[in-house]
Design a binder for this molecule. Structure first.
Ligand code: NAP
Length: 254
């Protein structure tokens, strides 16, 4: 089966392409540096020829409110339109657990807009809502700075390894479209501030992490359970401590 992975050079995309190829599928990594740009439409007609499934795990290079909204709206519109012409039978998109409740955030307004376009399109789809990746904990600190300190709400979340995200998305991509949302998450719950504090300490990043009840998550107010997946979520196996012993966890850049 030919499966085009939009964002196939990124964190999740590169793992997904490898996993699909190991299973014998023709997985094609599509991204600007492979000649495919969903914002401009460049290369889309060619790469989608003969594709049964498209998996969109791309992300906007800029997270400014206007830029990220433009990225997800324009690229999703382009993608769905080229997919319709090419006869693609399943559009899979990766989004974030809790997205619907995070509309105060510019990033999440863009994800909501992406999901709306997918649901309104005639192409059969599955939207995958994943919890935060372990690999994103430092990035979460970076977007939560107030002055020189990291301010985070002490709410619950259930993060997961990027490798488990890619495995789950791969399984969904080769399955039937659900025309619905599927949730995936990690095996354990933590408090956001605690895990980011632990991660920064391991990385020898000396920024102080403050548990701040007024702190926003990516620009949105969150309550105790906003970021948790629902009871029916499929859970990845990799625990945080196990991930730390793997190469991704020990890499300074992650
Ligand atoms: N971070 C989290 O904790 C989390 C949790 C749940 C869901 N998600 C979702 O997971 C998805 C993937 O995240 P990620 O961290 O794997 O992303 P990433 O590593 O930043 O990769 C983004 C990919 O998108 C590609 N891309 C950028 N502009 C493009 C364009 N105009 N046309 C085609 N491709 C383009 C990039 O290509 P180049 O490298 O060539 O620029 C790269 O391959 C996102 O949609 C995000 O919302 C994230």
């Amino acid at each position: 089966m030919k499966i085009v992975v939009i964002g196939g050079t990124g964190l999740i995309g590169s793992k997904l392409v490898n996993k699909l190829r190991e299973q014998g599928h023709e997985a094609v990594a599509a991204a600007p540096n492979t000649g495919v740009n969903t914002l401009t439409g460049e290369g889309l007609a060619e790469v989608l020829k003969g594709a049964s499934v498209v998996v969109d795990v791309s992300n906007s290079p800029s997270w400014d409110d206007a830029a990220v909204l433009n990225f997800f709206e324009t690229s999703t519109r382009n993608l769905l339109s080229y997919e319709a012409t090419a006869g693609v039978g399943h559009h899979v998109a990766l989004s974030v657990a809790g997205t619907d409740q995070l509309s105060e955030s510019g990033y999440f307004r863009a994800k909501i807009a992406q999901e709306k376009l997918i649901k309104e399109s005639p192409i059969p789809y599955t939207i995958v809502h994943a919890t935060q990746f372990f690999e994103f904990l430092k990035g979460l600190a970076d977007i939560s700075m107030v002055g020189d300190k990291v301010h985070l709400p002490a709410v619950l979340f259930q993060p997961m390894a990027a490798d488990d995200v890619a495995s789950a998305v791969g399984g969904i991509a080769v399955g039937q479209p659900t025309n619905d949302m599927v949730e995936i998450g990690g095996p354990e719950q933590f408090r956001v501030d605690e895990l980011v504090r632990r991660r920064l300490a391991i990385l020898k990043d000396h920024r102080e992490v403050i548990a701040d009840p007024k702190a926003l998550y990516s620009g949105a107010k969150v309550s105790e359970r906003t970021l948790l997946p629902g009871d029916n979520a499929r859970l990845g196996e990799t625990r945080f401590e196990t991930w730390l012993t793997q190469s991704a966890g020990t890499a300074r850049a992650a």
